[in-house]
Design a binder for this molecule. Structure first.
Ligand code: TYD
Ligand code: MG
Length: 454
């Protein structure tokens, strides 16, 4: 135990804001009831704190060379894409997600690929025994490379192991189980998680090794969510998807070495995660034919267009207050679209329940799917089916106008590739797609015009 004084400190679970007293609302992130109490040891600064640290000195900007970073391919193109073209040496990557979503499986597969590619890889597990890891490894398939495993939760021991054995890539599964003796609070608490991350950050930068850390996201409870860590690490990836469905989406939300909002699509099979090379095809499989309320839209996920089915169900309400529900898209946005349909088109859904679902369980926030949602709602309301080969792209404004969207060409190409024959797009985008062949493009100025096409 380090010398020092024990005190109680309050931390915001969302943003890590530190305070000496409890507060209802966090001044940092403005969230309510996020403060938790923790015991911390305040170390008195001594000589030891600066000993062993290299002296830092400023360098002129003009003398800094801009070499390409060293990228290591994980041999999983979907993961490489989310990382921005491969793993960067000396980076710290956080992989977050609900328990059981497949984080350990993904990282074990990454370890296998890297070890086969002659990298020295160390997998540190604080959650599972060596036997359990072996069972998982057997499910994933053959391990030809040389992979080192370590079951350990003490940071001091992990640090010593990393420094002693020369490694290129380290996986820490999970950060919530790691603890440092000198920090008095329990493993998983915000101070422990922060301390562990800063130790790993120093190791990654100091030894130029890439470290993956796994973090569980919990909705509630005392376990520190990895959100607190987002500021500290270089890259944040979230693994999401419905645990009951087989596909998983890996989303980049922060990346110091590449673009964010790229996604990678995987499918969980009996023998580990398999990459899905053509997500549009995957997302549209199982689309009903000739059903009202169903339409295909195109959303950009990073640089990749993805075709997704939007489903709406509008039915008579049996209660005074109609029910509105959305799965996979913004609830308020759907309410707004219903209001636009009511006011601008005179379609009264006031005594109807309305449900909107993005098929496949994916979450879409892009406004470019507005037009599709509006058309699906009307289609269900009027019980009229929409042409199976038609897709709709466009943002809808409050006066019922259809506004332009970005990257229209890429979207149309994806639609044409998958055999769609007609595309309804905002009229303002017509100019940029006038040489488009292989798909009929219809420009609309308002939702009314789009609905008349049905
Ligand atoms: P896991 O990687 O342990 O999740 P996490 O580390 O995020 O908690 O994945 C657990 C789930 O994946 C579990 O329900 C079993 C399933 N699974 C498969 O379907 N196939 C496989 O090959 C493996 C290894 C796991
Ligand atoms: Mg796990």
């Amino acid at each position: 135990m380090a010398k020092g004084k024990n005190t109680v400190v309050f931390f915001c679970q969302e943003c890590g804001y530190e305070s000496s007293k409890w507060m209802g609302q966090c001044p940092g992130c403005r969230q309510w009831n996020t403060f938790v109490e923790e015991n911390v040891t305040v170390r008195t600064p001594g000589k030891s704190m600066s000993a062993g640290q290299a002296k830092s000195k400023p360098a002129p900007l003009s003398e800094i060379s801009l070499e390409e970073e060293d990228r290591i391919s994980t041999r999983m193109p979907e993961l490489d894409r989310v990382l921005g073209g491969g793993l960067v040496a000396g980076s710290l990557t956080l992989v977050g997600g609900d328990p059981g979503i497949g984080k350990s499986t993904l990282l074990l597969q990454v370890c296998r690929n890297l070890a086969e590619g002659e990298k020295e890889v160390l997998y540190v597990s604080g959650e599972e025994s060596l036997k359990q890891i072996k069972i998982r490894a057997n499910r994933i398939g053959d391990f030809n490379g040389y992979l080192k495993l370590l079951c350990e939760t003490s940071l001091e021991m992990i640090e010593e192991n990393i420094r002693r054995t020369r490694v290129d890539v380290v996986v820490i599964d999970s950060i919530q189980t790691m603890y440092r003796e000198s920090v008095s609070s329990a493993p998983g608490s915000i101070s422990q998680v922060r301390e562990a991350t800063s130790v790993l950050l120093k190791l990654a930068k100091g030894l130029n090794i890439s470290i993956f850390i796994v973090g569980h996201v919990t909705k509630e409870g005392t376990v520190a969510g990895p959100r607190v860590l987002e500021h500290m690490v270089d890259t944040v990836l979230y693994f999401e998807g419905d645990r009951h469905a087989s596909y998983r989406i890996l989303r980049g939300v922060k990346n110091r070495f590449g673009s964010t909002n790229e996604i990678g699509v995987f499918e969980m099979e009996a023998s580990g995660l398999k990459e899905v090379r053509n997500p549009s095809e995957f997302m549209l499989s199982g689309k009903p034919e000739d059903a009202s309320g169903s339409i295909v839209v195109c959303s950009m996920e990073g640089t990749r267009p993805m075709l997704i089915e939007v489903q709406a169900l509008v039915c008579h309400s049996n209660f005074g207050i109609p029910r509105r529900q959305t799965i996979g898209t913004d609830f308020n946005r759907v309410n707004l679209l219903i209001a636009v349909l009511e006011k601008r088109l005179g379609i009264s859904m006031g005594n109807c329940d309305a449900y909107v679902n993005i098929a496949g369980g994916i979450k879409i926030q892009e406004p470019a799917i507005d037009l599709g949602i509006a058309m699906a709602l009307v289609s269900s309301f009027k019980n009229k089916t929409i042409d199976n080969k038609l897709i709709a792209i466009g943002e809808v404004g409050l006066s019922g106008e259809v506004r332009g969207v970005s990257m229209i060409q890429a979207r149309l190409q994806e639609a044409a590739k998958l055999g769609f024959t007609t595309c309804v797009i905002p009229d303002v985008c017509m100019e940029s797609v006038k040489d488009m062949t292989g798909i009929k493009v219809i420009g609309v100025k308002s939702v009314r015009e789009a609905i008349q096409l049905l």
